[in-house]
Design a protein around this ligand. Structure first.
Ligand code: HEM
Length: 150
């Protein structure tokens, strides 16, 4: 059998290109897009909307606990961000505003922990009240920290 004179060269070129590819780090596109405060809030919103529908139903407490866990994760992650409003205010007011945001978020997280306890105890009346409390905190905190919508 006659081998084409260029075939070994082609083979070598292909083999080299594969070995180089194998050494490359994973493509940047594979890396997750960094989350934002808005992303965390959207995650909280999805879980809270479902939770409000089912909080009174003790038969759904396992699912409700999973929703509370999702909210805890999102609220905990939100602590790592600052409200976008902070960048628009005078620099001298910024640290106090961000500190206040974190204090309010911690109070919200503490209320989520009480909700978890109530659900684990099967106390759906207390859990329903705590969801109402969380709703109130959401409204007050958005008024304080979220840019008014145009
Ligand atoms: C049940 C609880 C909550 C729900 C369901 C909720 C939901 C949302 C939603 C849907 C948005 C709009 C996101 C977007 O722009 O796409 C938002 C924005 C925002 N929320 Fe909440 N939120 C909750 C609690 C809180 C709490 C406790 C705080 C602060 C202590 C907070 C602070 C903010 C801020 C600052 C923004 C504007 C985002 C930015 O500045 O980048 N939220 N939230």
């Amino acid at each position: 059998m006659k081998i084409h004179p260029l075939l070994p060269a082609l083979f070598l070129a292909l083999a080299t290109s594969f070995s180089v590819r194998a050494d490359e780090p994973p493509a940047p596109a594979a890396a997750a897009k960094p989350a934002t405060l808005e992303d965390e809030m959207k995650a909280m919103n999805r879980a809270f909307r479902q939770l409000k529908k089912q909080i009174g139903d003790a038969a759904q407490n396992v699912s409700s606990l999973a929703l509370v866990a999702k909210m805890q994760t999102a609220a905990g992650a939100a602590l790592e961000f600052s409200p976008s409003m902070a960048s628009e205010m005078p620099e001298k007011d910024r640290p106090a505003f961000i500190a206040d945001y974190k204090v309010k978020l911690q109070a919200f997280i503490a209320t989520l922990a009480r909700l978890e306890t109530a659900l684990k105890a099967g106390d759906n009346a207390a859990a329903t009240q705590l969801v109402t409390d969380l709703n109130g905190l959401q409204k007050a905190d958005h008024k304080e920290f979220r840019k008014p919508m145009n």
